[in-house]
Design a binder for this molecule. Structure first.
Ligand code: NAD
Length: 503
């Protein structure tokens, strides 16, 4: 929604050239406190001249940053890491006030982002090339890794700190300059991190925040000075970003939506499974790309498992994320209503609503965007409640008779982000990790987000592009390799030879 800004609300500006840059476009969007249900500020929505200004600043900062020594870049990254670690409480409060997730969960996402900063402090190691001596007589070949230039990051609302941090520490460490376009639903975390970079000693223009909507995204996707795009968001936009960015000659990694299944074999520990399903289904109100949204129960466990999940769900405290609750509100009223509509759709399609989160009592303002944890049983796999990403606190149970039926169900889906198997049978788990067509797999781990030294990304409609986020693939994405063939010979060894060089 774009509106005229009420004069009494502050406007979240851009961050350009190392300073706040107030919007000149005259366009803004409201930013809500989801637990209160009111707009507390607006965010600037960039127009063409602001897009140009942001990219020009990043472009101008590139040569000096590219040439800054690895040691100096590394010390700035260490300072950023120290400041983030000291002051993460402030950032968590900001995230909760715009996203709604509980403060402890906001701190969790910051820790996972900090992990990538820590990985990036090893840049002197990550950026090493290779060297082969004497590939031919007197000839050596070696490779170097160089930065690309200006890179764009476009992020979703659900992890306003962690998702940008999957990319910017490595991009910056490698010598690129970054323009971050955060979600317009919760833009303040990006601005806070920009100020922290400045405090850490990052030169102006190396980290820019361009606030906006589709216009800002299209500006990044088409601008000739932007060399690469890292996108995270819903599948239709990920596909659009991939197609548009690559058509304009850019390197693109575009991570999309998900529908993550947890396969429960009859030998699993059902108490552990019930706890895991609740944590992974309702943490952050289900607004996680690695949330579990479908429990696939191999019979005869479904009745016992549903009884345990329902009993444990009754202890969850829903309310304002600043009040030590387990689960907060959804991000906007529109999103809450959309998520709630899937409960009705599932019911109409023949599912039973075991626990209904509509109309739940909360520890918070009645105007907040609330929806309680919801459990559906016997969800038909033809229902839109099964085939579409719901992205809220709605956990579906699908009953199957065999392991094979469960794996076929998972492999038949459009998405391939994450999945998990719960079993005490090592052979079954090993078979699952081999057969399942999904990018990230948990074995008795419900949210298998790889640590920063590995790479994050799904398969199928969950990732467009060849390269995943962070780890070795992140370093590869933000660098381009050169191979140098070198010979140092006396001029007496010269002479004309038009033949193809051989060893
Ligand atoms: P979204 O696709 O609506 O928005 C993501 C970004 O794209 C935002 O910055 C937004 O401003 C921009 N955008 C929105 N509409 C656009 C348009 N028409 N043209 C150009 N840009 C546009 O996603 P969201 O609702 O913010 O986030 C939730 C989605 O992100 C879910 O689908 C979730 O699964 C996904 N997600 C995926 C991962 C992953 O790793 N695969 C991680 C986090 C979130």
């Amino acid at each position: 929604m774009t509106t005229n800004t009420p004069t009494d609300l502050p406007v979240v500006p851009h961050w350009i050239d190392g300073a706040e840059s107030p919007s000149t476009s005259g366009r803004t969007a409201p930013v809500y406190d989801p637990a209160l249900g009111v707009a507390t500020k607006h965010v600037a929505l960039a127009d063409q001249s602001e897009i140009e200004k942001a990219i020009a600043s990043a472009h101008a900062a590139f040569p000096a940053w590219r040439d800054m020594s690895l040691a100096k870049r590394q010390s700035i990254l260490f300072s950023f890491r120290e400041l983030l670690n000291e002051r993460k409480g402030e950032l968590a409060e900001i995230i909760t006030s715009e996203h709604g997730k509980v403060v402890s969960d906001a701190l969790g996402e910051i820790s996972r982002g900090q992990e990538v900063v820590e990985f990036a402090t090893g840049l002197a190691h990550h950026l090493k090339g290779e060297y082969s001596e004497q590939v031919s007589t007197g000839i050596d070949v070696y490779s170097t890794k160089q930065p690309l230039g200006v890179v764009g990051i476009i992020s979703p609302f659900n992890f306003p700190a962690m998702v940008p941090a999957w990319f910017f520490p490595i991009a910056i460490a490698a010598g690129n300059t970054v323009v971050l376009k955060p979600s317009e639903k919760d833009p303040s975390a990006a601005l806070w991190m920009a100020k922290l970079w400045k405090e850490a000693g990052l030169p102006d223009g190396v980290f820019t925040v361009l606030n906006g909507d589709k216009e800002a995204v299209d500006g990044l996707l088409t601008h000739p000075h932007v060399r690469a795009i890292s996108f995270v968001g819903s599948t239709p936009i990920a596909k659009y970003v991939y197609e548009t960015g690559t058509a304009h000659g850019k390197r693109v990694q575009a991570l999309g939506g998900a529908k993550n299944h947890m396969l429960v074999l009859p030998d699993a520990d059902l108490d552990l499974v019930a706890d895991s399903a609740i944590n992974a289904g309702f943490g952050s109100a289900g607004e996680r790309c690695m949330a579990i949204s479908v429990v696939v129960a191999v019979e005869p466990v479904a009745d016992d498992l549903i009884a345990k999940i329902s009993e444990k769900m009754s202890t969850l405290k829903v309310g304002d994320g600043r009040r030590s609750c387990d689960m907060g509100p959804l991000v906007t009223e529109v999103h809450r209503d959309k998520v709630a509509s899937y409960i009705g759709i599932a019911e109409e399609d023949g599912a039973s609503v075991v626990v209904d989160g509509r109309g739940i009592e909360v520890d918070g303002d009645p105007n907040g965007f609330w929806l309680g944890p919801t459990l559906l049983d016997n969800v038909p796999t033809t229902s839109r409640a099964y085939t579409e990403e719901i992205f809220g606190p709605v956990l579906s149970v699908v009953r199957v008779q065999t392991y094979e039926e469960g794996v076929a169900l998972i492999n038949g889906g459009a998405f391939g982000n994450g999945t998990a198997i719960f079993t005490n049978d090592g052979g079954a788990a090993r078979r699952f990790q081999n057969e399942v067509q999904v990018g990230m797999i948990g074995i008795n781990v419900p949210i298998p987000v790889p640590v920063a030294t590995f790479s994050f990304g799904g398969w199928k409609d969950s990732l467009f592009g060849d390269t995943k986020a962070h780890g070795a693939e992140g370093v590869k994405f933000f660098t381009q390799q050169k191979a140098i063939t070198s010979r140092w010979l006396d001029p007496s060894h010269g002479g004309i030879n038009l033949g193809f060089p051989q060893n």
